[in-house]
Design a protein around this ligand. Structure first.
Ligand code: G4P
Length: 190
């Protein structure tokens, strides 16, 4: 998506070869008009596939997921990061390992909000190693819902996320794909 690539070039900050900061328009301060356009673009790509819900992982995935859900006219479900606690019969739970943040956390989903009747589109801001997305899919599948695919704003294509998801049969649609980064340098791929 040209609009996003231009915005990344203008306001993004490639800190080093691994980390892109987009906190002035995606994950700290949010540009609502751009977010709405991006949500519409993801929705258009997946439209007509019987999607009943859009799911995301808190917190930075919420803005793009909400805009996608709005365009598809379906509810959005937030997979919550909650501290590990005693087994709760009303929740599905799984553990996520984040390489970027070097932590483990528990992801939870209320059984009320996802069932075998659902066909779910997962949306997130970044695809890096694909650990978060893999855990989200594992969690959604616990409810016997099916997965329509993953829509992300920014894919760091030099990390293994896309391959990891492809090997699980998940289609990935990314609005901007970064092939290479260095300090103050970003290379997009089509
Ligand atoms: P994965 O989710 O693709 O496996 O990647 P990883 O575990 O490495 O990512 C962990 C967190 O780091 C995720 O946010 C992800 O969005 C974020 N992240 C990964 N690469 C970048 C990057 O280049 N720039 C920025 N700004 N963030 C990146 P999270 O833990 O889910 O936190 P939140 O931001 O959603 O609250």
């Amino acid at each position: 998506m040209k609009l996003l690539e231009e915005k990344i070039r203008q306001d993004g900050n490639a800190v080093n070869e691994h980390i892109l900061k987009v906190d002035s328009f995606i994950n700290h301060q949010v540009d609502p008009a751009l977010m709405q356009e991006m949500g519409k673009e993801i929705a258009e790509h997946f439209r007509g596939r019987g999607i009943t819900k859009v799911a995301t992982i808190e917190s930075s995935g919420i803005s793009p997921a909400l805009m996608t859900a709005l365009a598809l006219e379906v509810p959005m479900v937030i997979l919550k990061k909650q501290p590990s606690k005693i087994l709760n019969q009303d929740l599905y739970q799984t553990v996520v390992t984040s390489f970027t943040k070097e932590t483990n956390y528990e992801l939870t989903l209320s059984k009320k909000f996802m069932t075998a009747e659902d066909h779910v589109l997962l949306v997130d801001d970044f695809l890096a190693n694909g650990e978060a997305a893999t855990a989200a899919i594992r969690l959604i599948r616990m409810s016997h819902a099916t997965i329509a695919g993953l829509g992300v704003l920014i894919e760091k294509s030099f990390q293994p996320g896309r391959e990891k998801l492809k090997s699980q049969g998940i289609e990935v649609y990314a609005l901007a794909r970064i092939g290479k980064m260095e300090e103050n340098y970003i290379e997009f791929i089509d």
